[in-house]
Design a binder for this molecule. Sequence first.
Ligand code: SF4
Length: 342
Amino acid sequence: MSGEPVLQARDLRVYYGTPGKPVRAVDGVTLDIGESEVVGLVGESGCGKSTLGRGILGLLPEGARADGEVIYGGRNLVTLSPRELRRLRGPDLGLVFQEPMTRLNPLLRISDHFHETLKQHEANLSDDEIRRRSLETLGRMGIPPTRFNQYPHEFSGGMRQRIMIALALVLRPKLLVADEPTTSLDVIVEGQILALLADLKRNFGTALLLITHNLGIVAEACDRMAVMYAGKIVEEGPVREVFADPAHPYTRELLRSTISLETTELHSIPGAPPNLIDPPPGCRFHPRCPDAMRVCAQLVPIEQRLDGGRRVQCWLHGPERLIPADGEQPLEREAIGVADEA
Ligand code: SF4
């Protein structure tokens, strides 16, 4: 990571209550997001990406419980009251959702949306200043001033998404979480939105957590990437290094499933992500992993740091020996079934 972290998640856990056991949607995630940095969060549907994005912002639905730390500005967001969190949202932390139409009020003009957003956080702003800041931000998103007084239904899907981004940016947040911001858009508009998001750090100094299942987007727009599987970040590092040499078999399989101009054969990862109420023991990817060893079904992998600022949770990368908690003799890799099968 370059620069100071804007936000640090430490052993973050988000569980959803069910009548039986809880759903462990985010299960011990550690992640730093640096100043002006774009971090891609990838993984299949149902791996906990959106929950992590919302957990970071304290925007969890009723029935969800968060534990651990999300340090922002020296405070742990997990322990803040809803009122304190609301105060931070907007001027400090912003969110762009997937479906802009469900977030824009069809009865309000775009100008009203900006007025409401700015007044909520900066009550003393004059109408002239609101108009100036709104038009400036919309202009950066390619929306001309002539459209300021129009209603949401008068815009295309791509323009509505740009308006949503502008609404999040008009408060100059230090960190923006964008959850699949291009999912419902065609490829041309998707490219435009991505270019805009990648420009955020240049224009506003905003750090961005970009949640997506699209690895092409990550390759184009992100500095670092975190790969999420079954509630855990299994690999994290600079985009270039991870793409060139994925350390975790799940990352490797995900990259193989990406369609590119060179693709001659479609690849998909057999099976599906596990039920997060009762995930498999040991490494959660082991039932689907082509490299699984005996140890993988028994023990949770211990995170290893690799060269180039990378982290990975996979027995293929170590450690060399295990120190049992009860102070018994250390176990060599052979004894836990690594070396003989790797
Ligand atoms: Fe595969 Fe084992 Fe690594 Fe998990 S720990 S990804 S099962 S090799």
